[in-house]
Write a protein that binds this ligand. Structure first.
Ligand code: BES
Ligand code: MN
Ligand code: MN
Length: 454
């Protein structure tokens, strides 16, 4: 029944996704505020059309949250679906084969910003819900909470959650905003890393200087910034910030073994990225480096002359944006302070350093022995023909730790993307296979969860 309904409505499910993908809902840039609202309204309208009740745009100090629910039998368990309709900036636009906000199907994949992260995955939930409503098979109560600020730290959602605990009461939080190992190797993420994000500004002389007249005699803020950043890792690629690892729990050999038993072929990994070899913290495998170890990465660095041709100038200022991925027990605010104090302390005389913290978030581990996890496993097994492997995706969804803290509800990360989907990159895409497989799998989760909760 459900698969028939999905098959009959396949084309519309795709054209509706295309419509939402056309709206440039970039939350990092104020110029797109109107588009974020338009996207929220689109989600709201489609939520109503699918059969949800009490659908509203919850106003916040930022972009609206779309809430809706269908509570038809209080004796049944309630699933709280979370997703986000905002996306990352599309720059550099010239690297996209087709424009970021003109969705196009090529080789069985939908190319567009947000195709996978997270519009495509979020929208699967609305279409799965519509399918269950239309086939009279909705097995759980459902609440939807779709926000528009995930890519900028979910600050306003945090406030909303804290002030709406009763309204958001649920037995499980279901999120499709992560990935799988491969389409023939299903997996479920069981951990998210925390994040500390900072911007640094290094100021040298009070103005740009002639690099011949002053060069060699005055601190060049770009040179200094590069030296300071380079010193943040030692020869084993450990992070040198004093105290950085103090709260890192030792992982047991058994857990390490389990983590490393996930299929991973280094040769395919390096080939895909066109790199000769991987590089990371000594003593850890690639899966460990991305899954359960903290990191320090420069996300952007700029300053001085970057126009055409050559300009001989010793710049007054240099900047960098830096993200640190954190693991459970490390605290984002504490790490930001450790970094900030240390970075300022290592600056030589001749430059001034300013550190501006951006958003942060705590890591989260999702249980694998819960009913919800088992229901998700069974759902994936039903549609993929194989039980999913627990994995660590490496990314962050800071609101997950907050859900647990404030609502006391655990999350299942039933993601359908792939690492190769190029999320946050040019040519982001999402397989048609994955989109439809998600819509097909989600109703099984509801069914098994309801059955197992009895
Ligand atoms: N969907 C991602 C998180 C993700 C991706 C988790 C892949 C696991 C695997 C999410 O939209 C995201 O990009 N989060 C940001 C953090 C946020 C605070 C900006 C991230 O991880 O950089
Ligand atoms: Mn996402
Ligand atoms: Mn993202």
């Amino acid at each position: 029944m459900q698969s028939q309904y999905i098959a009959q409505n396949k084309d519309r499910f795709l054209s509706e996704l295309f419509e939402i993908l056309r709206i440039p809902s970039i939350s990092a840039d104020k110029a797109f505020l109107g588009d974020l609202r338009k996207t929220a309204e689109y989600v709201r309208d489609k939520m109503i059309a699918a059969g949800a009740e009490n659908v509203v745009l919850e106003e916040t100090a930022g972009n609206p949250i779309v809430y809706g629910d269908k509570i038809f039998d209080p004796s049944l368990p309630t699933v709280l679906v979370y997703g986000h309709y905002d996306v990352q900036p599309s720059v550099p636009d010239e690297l996209w084969t087709t424009p970021a906000f003109e969705p196009t199907v090529r080789d069985g994949k939908i190319y567009a910003r947000g195709a996978c992260d997270d519009k495509g995955q979020m929208y699967m939930h609305l279409k799965a819900f519509e399918t269950m409503m239309q086939t009279n098979s909705l097995a759980c109560n459902v609440k939807f909470m779709i926000e528009g600020e995930e890519e900028v730290g979910s600050t306003n959602l945090g406030i909303y959650v804290v002030t709406n605990k009763e309204k958001l009461k649920a037995d499980v939080i279901l999120i499709s905003d992560t990935g799988m190992i491969a389409n023939d190797i299903p997996s479920i993420d069981v951990g998210l890393r925390g994040l500390s994000y900072v911007e640094v500004e290094v100021t040298g002389p009070n103005r740009d200087l002639h690099s011949g007249v002053y060069g060699g005699a005055v601190a060049n803020p770009i040179n200094i910034l590069c030296t300071m950043i380079a010193s943040m890792h030692d020869e084993n690629r450990h992070i040198t910030i004093p105290g950085f690892y103090d709260d890192v729990n030792v992982i047991s050999e058994a857990d390490r073994k389990a983590l490393n038993s996930a299929p991973f072929i280094l040769e395919n990994y390096t080939k895909d990225l066109e790199i000769e070899d991987v590089m990371g913290e000594k003593g850890y495998t690639t899966l460990e480096r991305t899954g359960i170890r903290p990191t320090f990465e420069v996300n952007g660095i700029w300053g001085g002359y970057i126009g055409e041709g050559a300009k001989t100038v010793l710049p007054s200022k240099a900047y960098a944006k830096i993200s640190m991925r954190l693991i459970p027990n490390q605290k984002s605010a504490a790490i930001t302070k450790l970094f900030s104090d240390y970075f300022i302390s290592i600056a030589p005389k001749g430059v001034k350093v300013k550190v501006t913290p951006h958003h942060g978030g705590e890591a989260a581990i999702t249980p694998t022995d819960s009913i919800a996890f088992k229901a998700a496993s069974k759902a994936i097994e039903a549609t993929y023909g194989k039980a999913p492997i627990p994995t660590f995706g490496g990314g962050s969804i800071p609101i997950v730790a907050l859900f647990e803290k404030e609502l006391g509800v655990k999350t299942v990360l039933m993601g359908f993307g792939l690492d190769s989907d190029a999320i946050h990159s040019p040519n982001e895409h999402y397989g048609l296979f994955n989109y439809y497989k998600g819509i097909e799998t989600i109703p099984y989760f509801y069914k098994y969860f309801a059955e197992m909760m009895k």
